[in-house]
Design a protein around this ligand. Structure first.
Ligand SMILES: Nc1ncnc2c1ncn2[C@@H]1O[C@H](COP(=O)(O)OP(=O)(O)OP(=O)(O)O)[C@@H](O)[C@H]1O
Length: 338
């Protein structure tokens, strides 16, 4: 189902939490709401679900205004971070619950719930009490229960945050497989940039109650609209400069670049900095930090310019060595300055 939000504003305890939000999610699309803690992600999700009512604006489902449709009839189903399963019911009873509410008969309920149990890879657990399953299994039950409700839009509120890293990866894959199989329009709330980049077709980046950029992962990573978005994905150093006649000029360096003229902040992320060992190199390695797959090295030149670079563990460069630096222009980020 297609979802559209038009000028949604929410005020809670006299505080403006959401400020005229506009967002369109295509039928069957998977998007993420990404942003720092407190920017309004969960509030937006709850507003879509009808748990919080907007002060202004419209929620439109498949072209029809859904503002007055109550939560259970909107079918915008939330999976919460703490799962909110019914502790006094078995796994199967939890999954069957939405079907019971919809008036599905006992035989069909069981059939559908068992099918979903299989989909979330929990066959054999139907009779278990909720208290007797692990956090990862609870997550699967919560997902199956949400799917049983036949959601028009599936809303996932940081569903993986309590899981360990391996389980998290497994659950991300399972959610994506099911979302694609059932073609459900899905909105994931997360503050994990890797999760948003790897799972979503588009990312809505939120800051202080606004959506400040809504783009594909590639665009948002490579062309952030401002330094808030840029810094969220990967930090680096900023150099103020200007592009004129396809040349970037700054007090620190100049190079040719095919881009519109204007004043820019050039963000140099570690991945844009390529180094090679050289006894009379311009930069000196002042720190080398092991990161598992690679090393992060910190560099400084005589003018005090500090850069960072990622080093494969097969390259032998150590703290104290001198290096030549080459900037990979494809990986430089240019953010327009006002
Ligand atoms: N019922 C409420 N009354 C007043 N303020 C609220 C209420 N619920 C949330 N807020 C405030 O609204 C802001 C946004 O909260 P929200 O939970 O939507 O943010 P979030 O981006 O989901 O954060 P997190 O990532 O930490 O979950 C916060 O400043 C929060 O304190």
């Amino acid at each position: 189902m297609e979802l559209e939000l038009k000028n949604i504003s929410v005020t809670l305890s006299k505080k403006d939490i959401l400020k005229s939000i506009n967002l369109k999610v295509n039928d069957g699309e998977f998007i993420s709401l990404l942003g720092a803690s407190g920017c309004g992600k969960s509030t937006l999700l709850k507003t879509i679900a009808g748990i919080i009512y907007q002060n202004e604006g419209s929620i439109i489902l498949n072209g029809k205004v859904a503002n007055k449709i109550p939560t259970h009839k909107r079918k915008t189903v939330i999976v919460f971070q703490d799962f909110r399963l019914f502790p006094n019911m078995t796994v199967l009873e939890n999954i069957s619950f939405p079907l019971k509410m919809m008036g599905v008969n006992r035989v069909k309920r069981k059939e559908k719930a068992l099918e979903l149990l299989k989909k979330v890879k929990l066959e054999g657990y139907e009779g278990r009490g909720i208290e007797k399953i692990s956090g990862g299994q609870m997550q699967r039950v919560a997902l199956a229960r949400a799917l049983a409700a036949n959601p028009s839009v599936l809303l996932l509120d940081e569903p993986f945050s309590s899981l360990d890293i391996n389980l998290r990866k497994e659950m991300r894959e399972l959610v994506l497989d099911l979302q694609r199989e059932y073609k459900i329009t899905t909105i994931l709330v997360t503050h994990d940039q890797e999760e948003a980049l790897t799972m979503s077709e588009r990312i809505a980046f939120m800051n202080n109650g606004n959506i400040i950029q809504y783009s594909t992962p590639e665009v948002i990573f490579k062309n952030p609209v401002n330094t808030i978005v840029a810094d969220y994905f990967s930090k680096g150093i900023y150099i103020d400069g200007e592009i004129m006649d396809n040349k970037f000029t700054s007090t620190l360096f100049n190079f040719d670049i095919d881009k519109y003229h204007g004043k820019y902040k050039c963000l140099i992320r570690p991945l844009a900095v390529e180094v090679s060992k050289s006894s009379n190199g311009e930069f000196k390695v002042i720190e080398k930090v092991y990161q598992g797959d690679n090393y992060l090295i910190k560099l400084v030149n005589d003018k005090g310019l500090k850069l960072e670079s990622i080093l494969s563990d097969s390259i032998e460069i150590d703290k104290g060595d001198r290096v030549d630096v080459k900037l990979n222009k494809e990986r430089l980020i240019f953010i327009p300055r006002e």
